[in-house]
Design a protein around this ligand. Structure first.
Ligand code: NDP
Length: 294
């Protein structure tokens, strides 16, 4: 039987609607909207598209967005000065620095300069530590969104085997922490893992974050598993056209899995929705208020 397709577009639209309602109430209470600053250095076309989408969806949800574009030649000191000014700006509740940064800028130094309470990407070491300690904090958007999709299929995850393929700081590691917090038995696989297909076959929940198109094959999947494909790979066809493929061979996996996210239309739409949620969390906490249930 073909797997249930997990519809990230719909789940993301529902989350954005809740964020918009809560943002409207926040604005009524405080006389101005929650604010998100988006910083873009250089002119990487993919980053420009991401930033445009973030700004547009912020505005649609009633969150004010402030865009700061800097040339690729911008120095680390200039960027640190910009972030210091945003840290001190009361209208800005969330700060997002679009990655990747140009090579001459130390990404870790920049991310660490953002106040943890405005770190809506959840990449600051304080928020990383909070997540791994099981404390409240701002959680990276893509894993948070992936978790929401998993829970749309499995509200209770206790004791399930979860395998995360990929150990990056922005996807794999925080994903594993979130699954552990929901009482899964978690394995993190990576490029040095031995017999990866056999490791993947143990997964009741599989999260693929590898960055290689159709890397995970159908015969690696445990029958009935929930498959979350984080990968976004732009692949060229012979006729010169391009299309997006995930890290999982979708057609093969669909014949075996119980539920699966498509690419596009799965995890992708959740990432920005979770960024907007994090901005609302940051704004709410800046006033010592309790976040409505979203
Ligand atoms: P990274 O390149 O930072 O990490 C990739 C991971 O995959 C690494 O841990 C690497 O292992 C592992 N890996 C690479 N080759 C293999 C292999 N042959 N076998 C097993 N593991 C392997 O990527 P990201 O985590 O940043 O992104 C992963 C994917 O998710 C990409 O396609 C990216 O575009 C997508 N993405 C999607 C987002 C969304 O909004 N949906 C947001 C962010 C990312 P090792 O550590 O050993 O090198």
């Amino acid at each position: 039987m073909a797997a249930k397709k997990i519809d990230g577009k719909t789940v993301a639209a529902e989350l954005r609607a809740k964020v918009a309602a809560a943002a409207q109430q926040w604005t009524q209470r405080h006389g101005k909207a929650p604010g998100l600053a988006v910083v873009l250095v250089g002119n990487d076309p993919a980053s420009e598209v991401y930033v445009r989408n973030k700004v547009r969806q912020s505005e649609e949800c009633g969150i004010s967005s402030y865009e700061y574009k800097r040339d690729a030649s911008c120095s680390e000191q200039e960027l640190l000065a910009l972030i210091a000014s945003l840290n001190a700006n009361d209208a800005v509740h969330g700060i997002l620095v679009q990655l990747p940064l140009p090579k001459h800028i130390n990404t870790a130094v920049i991310l660490e300069s953002i106040l943890p309470e405005k770190d809506v990407d959840g990449f600051h070491p304080v928020n990383v530590g909070r997540l791994s300690s099981g404390m409240e904090g701002l959680v990276p958007c893509t894993p948070y969104g992936a978790m929401a999709l998993i829970q749309s299929v499995h509200p209770k995850l206790d004791g399930l085997n979860a395998v995360v393929v990929g150990r990056s700081n922005i996807v794999g590691k925080p994903m594993a922490q979130l699954l552990l917090a929901r009482n899964c038995t978690v394995t993190i696989a990576h490029s040095r893992t031995r017999d990866l297909p056999e490791v993947v076959r143990q997964a009741d929940i599989l999260v693929a974050a590898v960055g290689q198109s159709e890397f995970i094959r159908g015969d690696w999947i445990k029958p009935g598993a929930c498959v979350i494909d984080v990968g976004i790979n732009r692949v060229s066809a012979a006729d010169g056209s391009t299309r997006l493929l995930g890290d999982v061979a979708f057609d093969e996996a669909s014949n075996v899995a119980g539920a699966i996210t498509p690419v596009p239309g799965g995890v992708g739409p959740m990432t920005i929705a979770c960024l907007l949620r994090n901005t609302l969390v940051a704004a709410t906490q800046s006033r010592g208020e309790t976040l409505p249930a979203i």
